[in-house]
Design a protein around this ligand. Structure first.
Ligand SMILES: [Zn+2]
Length: 477
């Protein structure tokens, strides 16, 4: 499909959660599920604003009389999250992270930051609004199809997490509410669905280059705005997986072309399988007014002391060169934030260490479905230390497996001396019987096994011996 001829226009909005403390209180940013410590019930009541007008949408919601249930988890929810207490001072660490992201996105950062209240009437904020501040604008990223503009970068509070809903009530989990969120909106510079994926990936890489970014499922969400042939703009909301972006946009463009006359501007929800469904009409201009509980913040001095972080792509290239690492290892080490230097404790080939840190855990997961998240830095270090002290490299994966299954490494499990002796002896026997092997091929195994058992007086792992024997015989045949 020629997206250029279709006058394809698309922009992405990315929401990234931050780690540490919530934006306006000291609650941790840990999202808790399961049985709540408490539940409170509330109803929305529309009230007149400063001009004496009542918001029509809020009035409508009040008429319906929907009930909102808020699940409270003592560890992650306080009076501020319940709107029973005004917000504390802004979380400086979150602001610093937002500034670093803004620097990497080459954008113009404002000297003064003012939080605004964005009206929210679906109950997902206990206050009835979301606090949001514009941090920077007019940035760009470089892509294979030229620069893509970054329109705005905002710092805002995350909404409560929806647990269930029906016509009369909605249940929300409050542990998510108030987590700092960076919102990045690109300009509609995206050229085609493949390009959308590249842009999302590039911004994701930039975000991961900054300390304080939350990782894992649900910590980043993408919305995509699409239009073709100057038709209505449709927002596709809530991608958690970048790999679907291309397909979802392609489907949406097809839908636009089929419906061109009947199509309305709307917000669509992206489902986990990558399909989308109608969510709600496109809202009008956001109703925003200044947050009167928070002062305007001059950030000139903070900005001066904020350094632009190194991109993880740059870090990976450096690591690759320094240790002669395979590029894919270097990439993953940086991506996983592994302090590689710490593990280089002997005169090892760096690629062996990388294999232990990256490939072996993956293998244990795919082969035995073991929970490799349980492996800590000290565990990897112990394995490497053991190899340094003489345990053969081939036992590295077995040592990791033992840590996961039994909680520790038991050196007796790796029968180092015996196995090495066995291997040596087998090599010897094969060498002596070259002629016999060439003559009888694999049928020689039986006779040779007899010799081995005799030599070790039967005290040998027969299965291992036959495996080694087969290997050595193959080398000759
Ligand atoms: Zn709190």
């Amino acid at each position: 499909m020629d997206y250029n001829k279709l006058n394809f226009k698309a922009g992405i909005e990315i929401h990234q959660q931050l780690e540490g403390k919530k934006l306006f209180c000291s609650c941790p940013t840990e999202i808790i599920d399961g049985n709540p410590d408490n539940i409170i019930k509330r109803k929305l009541r529309a009230s007149a604003g400063e001009k004496g007008e009542v918001d029509i949408a809020a009035k409508y919601e009040q008429k319906i009389g929907k009930e909102f249930y808020y699940q409270i988890y003592d560890k992650s929810v306080c009076l501020i999250d319940l709107d029973e207490q005004p917000p504390n001072k802004l979380n400086k660490d979150a602001l610093k992270t937002a500034l670093q992201v803004s620097l990497l996105l080459n954008s113009d950062i404002f000297d003064n930051i003012q939080f605004m209240r964005k009206v929210v009437i679906d109950g997902s904020n206990t206050t009835g609004f979301q606090r949001t501040a514009l941090i920077a604008k007019n940035g760009f990223i470089k892509t294979s199809k030229g620069k893509v503009g970054i329109d705005t970068i905002c710092l805002e509070e995350e909404a409560a997490k929806i647990v269930e809903k029906d016509d009369n009530k909605v249940v929300y989990n409050l542990s998510r509410m108030g987590i700092p969120l960076i919102e990045i909106a690109t300009k509609p510079d995206i050229k085609n669905p493949e390009h959308a994926k590249e842009v999302a990936e590039t911004i994701g890489m930039i975000l991961r280059s900054v300390k304080g970014i939350k990782r894992g499922l649900g910590s980043i969400r993408q919305d995509v705005n699409v239009s073709v042939k100057n038709g209505p703009r449709v927002e596709l909301k809530g991608f958690q997986e970048i790999r679907y972006i291309k397909k979802v946009i392609e489907n949406e463009v097809e839908r636009h072309l089929k419906l061109s006359k009947k199509l309305k501007s709307e917000v669509r929800n992206v489902k986990p399988d990558g399909k989308s469904e109608f969510l709600r009409p496109m809202p009008g201009a956001s109703r925003m007014y200044p947050e009167s509980d928070l002062p305007i913040l001059n950030i000139k001095s903070l900005l001066k002391e904020t350094k632009k972080p190194e991109l993880i792509t740059e870090k990976a290239v450096k690591l690759e060169k320094k240790y002669k690492l395979k590029p894919e290892y270097a990439k993953e080490i940086v991506n996983k934030n592994i302090e590689f230097e710490k593990f280089m404790i002997g005169r090892f080939d760096a690629n062996l260490i990388a294999k232990i840190l990256i490939e072996m855990p993956k293998e244990l997961k795919s082969r035995f479905n073991l929970d490799i998240e349980k492996l800590k830095n000290e565990d990897y270090l112990e394995v490497i230390k053991n190899i340094k002290e003489g345990v053969p490299e081939r036992f590295a994966i077995k040592m990791l497996e033992d840590i996961l299954r039994k909680g520790k490494i038991n050196k007796n499990n790796y029968k180092i001396a015996e196995e090495d002796k066995l291997e040596k002896e087998i090599k010897n026997i094969v060498k002596k019987n070259k002629e016999l092997i060439k003559e009888r091929g694999e049928h020689a195994i039986g006779a040779l096994m007899g010799d081995i058992m005799k030599k070790f007086k039967g005290k040998v792992d027969a299965k291992k011996a036959s495996e080694l024997l087969k290997e050595e015989i193959k080398k000759i045949l």
